[in-house]
Design a protein around this ligand. Structure first.
Ligand code: SF4
Length: 99
């Protein structure tokens, strides 16, 4: 596919929302679990991340990005990995997802 000048957008315009994310003030470990973490520890980690997302001014942009690029790991836009997977497959997303 040919890229023309008319289709190009400034990169800063595409990614500026990330500068305003509440997660920038939080340890990334809250949003990204260690390999193999399951059960209550995983649930509690995701829940803590979602609390941050609920107060985030760029939740909508973040969620749209995560779904468009199929971010594979962590909590993005108030959605866990499994919740994003559910959206890709058309399955119902649990009510616990941040709105
Ligand atoms: S919605 Fe959550 S993951 Fe996305 S930028 Fe905001 S705090 Fe970070």
């Amino acid at each position: 596919m040919a890229v023309t000048v008319g289709t190009l957008r400034p990169v800063v315009e595409m990614w500026d929302w990330q500068q305003h994310g509440k997660c920038r003030q939080v340890d990334p470990e809250v949003f990204f679990h260690p390999e193999g973490e399951r059960g209550s520890k995983r649930h509690d980690r995701d829940a803590a991340a979602k609390v941050v997302c609920e107060a985030c001014p760029v939740l909508a942009q973040c969620r749209a990005h995560a779904l468009a690029y199929r971010e594979p790991y962590g909590v993005w836009g108030g959605l866990s990995e499994s919740e994003r997977e559910s959206l890709y497959t058309g399955a119902a997303v649990p009510a616990s997802a941040a709105s």
